[in-house]
Design a protein. Structure first.
Length: 196
């Protein structure tokens, strides 16, 4: 059974990125995956403090807060789904806080280690980015996914998928696009049945 962890980065519980991620996750569950979802905006946590304790004295992040169980769940998952709207050309601050804390997944001296030895995570994980963009121009903000794909690849996420929608500004815009929800559902089924 595939273990999928979904992190909702939007502060809006029924926002467009959450609707897209929900369609994906429900489809994956129906196809046999185990799905755990965290709404990051409901948690209390800090960003990375740059203390380097995870490189000197610990194998995990030493901060004990709302992200502690999230980081543990991601460590154990097969598939990580990161869902976010585009805020000022970037992922939300809620999601960025989590991403910065994944620094704890990297081994001490990671920059000088071979690619397959940089991470403390089991290699071969799958990354899915779900991005809801209000702006209609598809050529804008295309840098978000490849930047984070590159960084998370260092941590063992060697397969990645992008589910992106433009012109989804108002709440309900994504839900009104059946072709988008179908794309999300199809991806969910593929993720649930993939051999990992």
């Amino acid at each position: 059974m595939r273990n999928i962890v979904c992190l909702l980065g939007s502060p809006r519980p029924k926002g467009n990125s959450a609707v897209m991620a929900q369609a994906l996750c429900e489809s994956a569950e129906e196809a046999g995956a185990r799905v755990t979802t965290f709404a990051l905006n409901k948690l209390t946590y800090r960003g990375c403090q740059g203390c380097l304790a995870c490189k000197k004295t610990a194998e995990t992040c030493v901060l004990d807060d709302g992200l502690t169980p999230v980081l543990a769940a991601v460590r154990a998952c097969d598939v990580l789904v990161l869902a976010t709207p585009v805020y000022f050309g970037e992922v939300t601050s809620q999601l960025k806080g989590f991403i910065d804390r994944t620094f704890s997944y990297l081994q001490a001296g990671y920059a000088h280690l071979p690619r397959g030895q940089r991470s403390r995570l089991t290699p071969g994980k799958t990354l899915v980015f779900v991005i809801a963009q209000g702006h209609p121009r598809e050529d804008l903000f295309t840098d978000i996914f490849p930047r984070y794909e590159y960084l998370l690849n260092w941590q063992g996420f060697t397969e990645s998928h992008l589910l992106r929608a433009c012109s989804v500004y108002h709440q309900g815009d994504a839900a009104a696009r059946p072709e988008l929800l179908e794309e999300a559902q199809n991806l969910g089924r593929r993720l649930a049945t993939a051999q990992g």
